[in-house]
Design a protein around this ligand. Structure first.
Ligand code: CA
Length: 233
């Protein structure tokens, strides 16, 4: 297990017991004893999860949580001494993922940590899978194969099915040059008896939709007297 847990807790013996408990379970641990150092370590060391005590000298746990959340999505579990602090944590929308009230058992805390790490991994895995499997990205153009959707600069492009099929065909094999005849066969179908200029017309319409300057294309390129290719930026 590579997960590293940052423990931000000023009471030295509690910090040590927590570190020992998690090390025994195979985690790596980092310890900080005040809020400012805790924030620094959370951002610099990039731990897998932060255990953050509320009552800390200097910057307290609530401010530390807010500070970390400005730039990081690391999972955070708040450690509170009092039940009424829980209302505060929830009410202030600090961005903590979970909290646990003292006194807590090591087993309970460990179960919360495991659950949160697992949830975080699952979210990351599914996001990566979707990204890899279904989309082709080049510069500010994102082609979502499954959803027949093209986005330019985050905005959905109004695109016809044929334009989409042509773009997809080119983008799946970037830098590979295809003749008009090959594009006509593969995108329009073998039975299509149209003029190869149909391809040129569709290319022109596509460029108007996804290029910044259709007369100076960066994505759908022309290879003079051979055909077209997709440029992956
Ligand atoms: Ca404390």
């Amino acid at each position: 297990m590579d997960a590293t847990i940052l423990i931000v807790e000023d009471e030295k013996n509690i910090n040590e017991v927590l570190a020992f408990t998690f090390q025994k379970e195979g985690y790596k641990t980092l310890s900080a004893y005040d809020g400012t150092t805790g924030v620094e370590m959370a951002l610099k060391e990039k731990p897998s999860l932060v255990l953050l005590d509320i009552n800390l000298p200097g910057m307290d746990g609530m401010d530390a949580c807010k500070e970390i959340r400005k730039t990081s999505n690391v999972p955070i579990i708040m450690l509170t001494a009092r039940e009424d602090e829980v209302d505060k944590i929830v009410g202030l929308e600090l961005g903590a993922d979970d909290y646990i009230t003292k006194p807590y058992s090591a087993r309970e805390l460990s179960a919360r940590v495991k659950a949160l790490l697992r949830r975080t991994e699952m979210v990351a895995d599914s996001a990566a899978a979707v990204e890899d499997k279904n989309t082709i990205t080049s510069g500010d153009v994102v082609i979502n194969i499954d959803r027949y959707e093209v986005k330019k600069n985050g905005k959905t492009v109004d695109i016809t099915l044929r334009e989409f099929e042509l773009l997809k065909f080119l983008a799946i094999a970037p830098d590979q040059i295809f003749s008009r005849e090959v594009l006509l066969e593969n995108v329009w179908g073998y039975e299509y008896l149209g003029d190869v200029r149909t391809v040129d017309v569709t290319i022109r319409r596509l460029r108007e939709k996804i290029e910044d300057d259709p007369s100076m294309p960066r994505y759908i390129m022309t290879k003079r007297s051979i055909g077209y290719y997709f440029n992956k930026i």
